[in-house]
Design a protein around this ligand. Sequence first.
Ligand code: GLV
Length: 319
Amino acid sequence: MSRVVVTGRVPDAAIEKLRAEHEVDAWTGSESIGREELLRRVAGADAVVSLLTERIDAELLDAAGPRLKVVANVAVGYDNIDVPACTERRIVATNTPGVLTEATADIAFGLILMATRRLGEGERLIRAGQPWKWGMFFLLGSSLQSKTLGVVGMGGIGQATARRAKAFGMEIVYQSRSEIDPAIAAELGARRVDLDELLAVSDVVSLHCPYGPATHHLIGAEQLAAMKSSAYLVNTARGPIIDEAALAAALSDGVIAGAGLDVFEREPQVHPALLDLENVVLVPHLGSATVETRTAMAMLAADNALAVLSGEQPPAPIN
Ligand code: GLV
C-alpha cells in the first residue's frame, strides 16, 4: 500500500477510488493548504494529487523524498509544476486533458457573448436599481454573425471554441504551433495564420495556448494596438499570457472594444484598473467548474496516479 497525498478538496468519488488501494492523506480545509503544511504532509509520499493552486517545484519534490513516483495534477494546464525537476527525479507528471474541453469552451463562448452583447453591464445596471427602458440605442453591442474569431492555440479547447463560433456564423482563423487535422480544419473552415495576421483580422481573439516562458505576455500593448479597435479579447487559458496592465490601459483608451477574462495575471488578485471598467467581463477561473467536469478531472487524476503506482503507463502523462 502506498501513501497518496491530495493537496486540496476533490470530489469524493476520486478519494474513494484512491482509498480502495492506498492510504490517502487528503487536505480537506476550506482554505488552500499552506506551503509549510504541504511540505510537511508530502514527506514520504508515493504520489501527490495536486491542484493548480499548489506550486510543485524542486523544493516540494525534495521535501517529498525518494519514494515519490507521480505528481497527478487535477488540471489540464500544468504551469504550476516544474516538469523538468520531476523528470530529473524520475517522477511522472500527469494532467487531465480532454475531460474539461467542452466545459472550458462553453465559458470561452459565454465570455464572448457577455462581452460583445454587454450582458455584464446590463446586469450591473439593473442590480444597481438604475432606471432603464427599451431604447433603439440602449446598450448596443456587436453581432457575431459573419465576424472572424481568432483562436490562439488550436488544441482541443481552441477547436471546441471554434466549433461553437462556427455555429454562430463566424469565420475562423487560428494560430498554433502545429497544423491541425485537415479534416477538422475543413469542417470548421479554419485557416492557419501567424499571430500578426490573426490580431489584424479578428473581431474576437480567444486565447487557448498553454502558459510558459514562450507565451508570457504574448498579448501586450503592441499586440493590443495591432487589434481592430472594434475587437474583443477573451482569455480562458492562463492570466500571465496577457500583460494585464497593458490590457486595462487598452480597454480604457478604446484601443480595443472589450474583453472577457476567466483567468488573471496574479490570481486571485485582479488588476485594480480592470475593476472600474465597464467593457470587461470578469469571472473567477470557472472554465472547468461544473460538477460533471470536476468529477471527471479528479477521476482522471486518480487513474493517472493509480496507474503509475502499479507500474503502468498513466492515461495522461506530461513527461
Ligand atoms: C484549469 O485551469 C485547468 O488547467 O485545468
